[in-house]
Structures are given as structure tokens and as C-alpha cells.
Write a protein that binds this ligand. Structure first.
Ligand SMILES: [Zn+2]
Length: 80
């Protein structure tokens, strides 16, 4: 990804306009709690989700918070 594109992606993500797609960092289950293998969404209300890269979120109590974690994770990836 070019530097200019990266900056665009970060800006868009910060404004929450689009869900930034970062190759290798998609998320299964729309913020649902994933099982320990990080693959199958479960019906749990509290728990962690996982990025495609294997990064595991902390235990969070809503899909919205888990999605926010993933958004931040992708920003961290883009800006590192
Ligand atoms: Zn990731």
C-alpha cells in the first residue's frame, strides 16, 4: 500500500465512514464472540473476538466494542 493510500485509510477509519479493509486483517462474525479456535461465532455475550492475523481481543461485553477493538487494531497495523 502506498503511503498516501495508508493515510487515506487511516483518516477514513478515524471518521468511521467506511470499514477499512486491511489485507490479512479481516474479522469473522461481525464482532460476535468467537470460539477458542478463533473461527466460529458463538452466542456468548461476553468474550473475545479474533482478527484473521491471529490477534485476540480482550474480553468485551458487546459486538460494538469488539468491532471497535478491531477497527483500532487495524489502525495500529496501518500506522506501525
Ligand atoms: Zn489483524
Amino acid at each position: 500500500m502506498s503511503a498516501a493510500k495508508q493515510v487515506d485509510a487511516i483518516r477514513e477509519a478515524q471518521h468511521g465512514k467506511v470499514s477499512t479493509r486491511v489485507p490479512g486483517h479481516s474479522m469473522t462474525g461481525q464482532g460476535k464472540v468467537l470460539d477458542k479456535a478463533g473461527f466460529w461465532p458463538t452466542r456468548e455475550k461476553v468474550g473475545s473476538t479474533q482478527c484473521e492475523c491471529g490477534e485476540r481481543s480482550p474480553e468485551l461485553d458487546s459486538n460494538m466494542k469488539r468491532r471497535a477493538w478491531h477497527r483500532q487494531h487495524k489502525l495500529d497495523v496501518l500506522s506501525s
